[in-house]
Write a protein that binds this ligand. Structure first.
Ligand code: BES
Ligand code: ZN
Length: 898
């Protein structure tokens, strides 16, 4: 280790805070050059802490301290000390009032943590440790205080001044004005927020279950005020849902959302004043895709749900992050399932988990959902803490059932309201409310890695039993060579030869059956490394449907043959497993072609995949009049597994063969079923006005899935069809789908059309930042050769800037994460490109820079040539001066572990 390298913080070192802060009084004077923050804090010694005579407060190196006063007396220079990250007060009394005044420069804050500028407004982002860039404080989530905040700014440019809670006083003087906000709920500093700007807003009201009327407001800059109605509706739906499903009512009289253009993440749950990335709140049919609408609804819900799971009950320390994030993701997922199609949502969730979390858990950054240590907490807002964390909460739900889960959550909220707690409290509440034993279940919090579950089945025709032999194994991960067996729910069904569910029996303690028209599922409790389940009353040899609904976040192996998979695809009563069977079939067929390509044999695509797709398409045609959500499911069934997931399944990722094989299979399907694809396309075109309704979204997804296959060979006729959709569409879903297909088309016919479409699109939408982000994304994701040249040229585009995270991510993200053939080009040019971007961003916005790195950290999965190139780039980054702790942590962990 080099001298002065950032040090790790460990969970085992947790100590209660030395002092409590009863009240926090802030006065913020906003100016263009210098902002002054005066903080008056009422400290009392924490009775639970050891007595220490000095008190150390957190603060960033950019706090320019102008005053330190205790109980009205300014301290002498020998009564305190200031360094890069702390202010130490020597020999403090047991109870006192501290007053500090600092000057800060939000306009120079490109890291976007603390108080910063987004366009013409001032805003804050304090989670996880941004508050310390605003003022000296005990910036840790277990220090909870009541806040009173006065914002003072120039009237003309900042007519709107917002903070948490209720506005209790305001006044003006000359060309300045001020507003005082009071938040009656104790909160940790990470939930503090402040906004000042020239904003417009829309207003709504919500009547709570107890009859209170809540004012709802959404603020944006004036040019976006026409795009916030959908978020307002989504907010009302979320508030109602949390009352109905969790019995949780909103607490303040006002709830505000502010949209900002420059934001590191998606959105933030500050008490009563959520701050959103514009990308997660704005929606209008002609600028926003269906996926965008769904994202807005989910993020609005997620941040709203935090009011209970995160704010009223918060985290003791940042190791407990999954306590609020895993739980809240589970809550927003359940909400989305209730608003649309449960199965479609579940497929999306599992695809996400497999695309992001499984690779993370198999790589150098692998960590449990409750990590043991970190260097930079910002690096731990991960797919593991979020997505796997949500899966763990879902498993309580599956193991306990809906009602008992609710009893557990009721107890958790009631018992810990107003407290900062750990994941252990959550487990204890679930246990104690239900008299359940979750001892072994706790391994999910402490162990990293994705468990592998291997199942074999044997039918005994005399005994009429089907015996499942189940083995679980979790591979070693950094710091964890060996794992204890997990307790997990294995949801299982058995299909008879007609494809109907068999009503089998299972041992009493393992059985928690769900019967909904024709579905018969048993939730088996797997606990042992090797366990046998004997299922009885099985009238004939069944095809097992395993891990229904993806009941545990594991990799499941069962030796299905292709005919069985086709059978499950058609008949499984579990929608998720119908999709899963199709994916398994496609994987099997594509892997066979990969083998042929690697062996230099002429590729041969198994007819069965074409027949399976034909069956799906026929259903789509025959059942076109059903106005269900099935169309979205059909669209998902038509999507082959991604190249990344196929790579994830192989020991050494052969990027080029996987790409070629997948294209070969896609080509075979597209060629042989073109007539059906065209019928499906036509049947699902609609002249009706756009609506972001689940059934309409489903129809468009099916239509655009069909168009993608039609564009696979892209002859003149199909290119015109695509151009027609591009030009004639009234909504961004269809416009962007057509643009993407034109851009990705290799055919000569598409060449001119794509350049024209790109130019027209840019000119049409030059003033809509989020649409221009999409314009960058589509070009960066193009798998054709020369994409890097295009991406390089786009870096010089007048609309490009690394300072806006959305824009930076738009170009770098898709190229490095969704474009394997180009990113992994043998020359190493893709790797060099990413490293260059990370190095540049490191000096601007470390948090975003560190997040971009993940594709390079996966170097061990590639061939020796690529490994060497990837590692060289990581080492080049590591050798930079002034590396942020964020980037340092990820790079050093990736190169260290041999
Ligand atoms: N609390 C987070 C936002 C956050 C994350 C702030 C990291 C600071 C650092 C928020 O609740 C969140 O989880 N947002 C997600 C979206 C959500 C729908 C999963 C995000 O921003 O990506
Ligand atoms: Zn969250």
């Amino acid at each position: 280790m080099k001298e002065g390298q950032p040090q790790a913080i460990h969970l085992k070192d947790y100590k209660v805070p030395p002092f409590l802060i009863e009240t926090t009084d802030l006065h913020v004077e906003l100016n263009e050059d210098e902002t002054f923050v005066t903080a008056t804090l009422r400290f009392t010694r924490n009775p639970d802490a050891e007595n220490e005579k000095d008190l150390m407060l957190d603060g960033g190196k950019d706090l320019d301290t102008r005053l330190v006063e205790i109980d009205g007396r300014e301290l002498l220079s020998n009564e305190y000390a200031i360094d890069d990250q702390s202010l130490t007060l020597f020999g403090v009394p047991d109870s006192f009032e501290l007053k500090t005044k600092v000057a800060i420069k939000p306009q120079e804050n490109t890291a976007l943590e603390g108080l910063y500028r987004s366009g013409d407004m001032f805003c804050t982002q304090c989670e996880a440790e941004g508050f310390r860039n605003i003022t000296w404080y005990l910036d840790r989530p277990d220090v909870m205080s009541v806040y009173r905040t006065t914002i003072d700014a120039e009237k003309k440019n900042y007519p709107i001044l917002l903070s948490n809670g209720n506005a209790v006083a305001r006044g003006e003087e000359g060309d300045r004005h001020w507003v005082t906000w009071e938040d009656p709920f104790k909160k940790p500093a990470y939930l503090f927020a402040l906004v000042a700007g020239n904003l417009e807003f829309i207003e709504g009201t919500f009547e709570t279950m107890s009859g209170r009327s809540i004012t709802l407001q959404i603020f944006t800059e004036s040019h976006n005020i026409d795009k916030v109605d959908y978020a307002m509706d989504a907010l009302k739906r979320s508030m109602r849902w949390d009352e109905e499903v969790y019995g949780r009512e909103y607490d303040l009289d006002i709830f505000m959302i502010v949209a900002v253009e420059s934001f590191n993440m998606g959105a933030m749950e500050n008490k009563g004043l959520n701050i959103f990335n514009t990308s997660c709140v704005l929606a209008r049919p002609d600028t926003t895709t269906d996926a965008g609408y769904e994202r807005v609804e989910a993020v609005v819900a997620h941040e709203y749900f935090h009011n209970w799971s995160g704010n009223r009950v918060t985290c003791r320390d940042w190791f407990q992050l999954s306590l609020k994030e895993g739980f809240t993701v589970f809550r927003d997922q359940s909400f989305s399932e209730d608003m649309g199609s449960e199965t479609v949502c579940r497929v999306d969730q599992v695809q996400m988990l497999r695309a992001a979390q499984f690779p993370e858990d198999a790589g150098p950054m692998s960590h449990p959902i409750r990590p043991d240590s970190y260097i930079e907490i910002n690096n731990f807002y991960t797919a593991t803490v979020y997505e796997k964390g949500a899966e763990v909460v879902r498993m309580y739900h599956t193991l306990l059932g809906e009602e008992r889960f609710r009893k557990g959550s009721d107890l958790y909220f009631e018992r810990h309201d107003g407290q900062a707690v750990t994941t252990e409290e959550f487990t204890l509440a679930m246990e104690e409310a239900n008299d359940a034993d979750l001892g072994q279940f706790r391994h999910w919090y402490s162990q990293s890695g994705t468990p592998q579950v291997t199942v074999t089945g044997e039918y005994d025709s005399d005994a009429k039993t089907f015996t499942l032999d189940v083995e679980q194994f979790c591979p070693p991960t950094p710091g964890q060579p060996e794992k204890a067996a997990y307790h997990m729910p294995l949801a299982v069904g058995l299909l008879d030869s007609n494809g109907d569910d068999i009503a089998f029996t299972a041992e009493e303690r393992d059985l928690a059956t769900v019967r909904k028209d024709g579905e018969y599922t048993a939730v088996l409790h797997l606990r042992e490394p090797k366990q046998t389940f004997v299922l009885g009353d099985v009238s004939e040899e069944p095809v097992p449907s395993l891990l229904r609904g993806f009941s545990a976040p594991v990799k499941l192996t069962y030796q299905y043959d292709r005919d069985q998979l086709m059978f499950l695809m058609k008949h499984d009563s579990d929608g998720f497993n119908r999709w899963e069977a199709g994916q398994r079939l496609a994987i099997d067929v594509i892997q066979e072609v990969v083998g042929q390509i690697q062996a230099g044999i002429e590729p041969m695509v198994d007819e069965r995949i074409v027949r399976a797709f034909e069956h799906v398409l026929n259903e789509a045609v025959e059942r076109n009049d059903d106005d269900g959500l099935d169309k979205a499911m059909i669209a998902l069934m038509l999507a082959l597994p991604s190249e990344q997931y196929l790579g994830e399944l192989s020991e050494i990722v052969d990027v080029d063969s996987i790409h070629a094989a997948r294209e070969e299979v896609r080509g075979a399907i597209a060629r042989q079923l073109s007539g059906l694809f065209l019928s499906v396309y036509k049947l699902n075109k609609s002249e009706e006005a756009y609506a972001p309704e689940p059934t309409d979204i489903a129809r468009r997804s099916l239509k655009n899935a069909a168009l993608a296959y039609l564009m696979q060979p892209s002859d003149t006729e199909m290119v015109s069809l695509c151009v027609e959709q591009f030009e004639g569409s009234d909504n961004m879903t269809d416009t962007s789908a057509a643009l993407r297909l034109l851009v990705n088309s290799a055919s000569a016919e598409a060449r001119d059309a794509k350049e024209k479409a790109l130019t027209d699109f840019y000119n049409r939408w030059a003033d809509e930042a989020l649409v221009i982000d999409m314009w960058f994304q589509i070009q960066a994701a193009c798998p054709l050769p020369n994409t890097l040249e295009r991406v390089d040229a786009l870096k010089q585009h007048e609309a490009y800037t690394l300072k806006n995270p959305n824009r930076a991510r738009a170009l770098i993200g898709p190229f490095c994460n969704a474009n394997p053939v180009n990113f992994h080009d043998r020359s190493g040019s893709g790797y060099r490109y990413l490293a260059d971007q990370v190095i540049e961003l490191n000096g601007i916005n470390p948090q975003v820079a560190a997040r971009m790195l993940s594709p390079l950290t996966r170097w061990r999965r590639f061939d020796p040539g690529r490994q060497k190139l990837m590692k060289a780039e990581l080492e080049r980054i590591l050798a930079q001066d002034d590396l942020s702790p964020d980037v340092f942590e990820i790079v050093s962990k990736s190169v260290e572990q041999e």
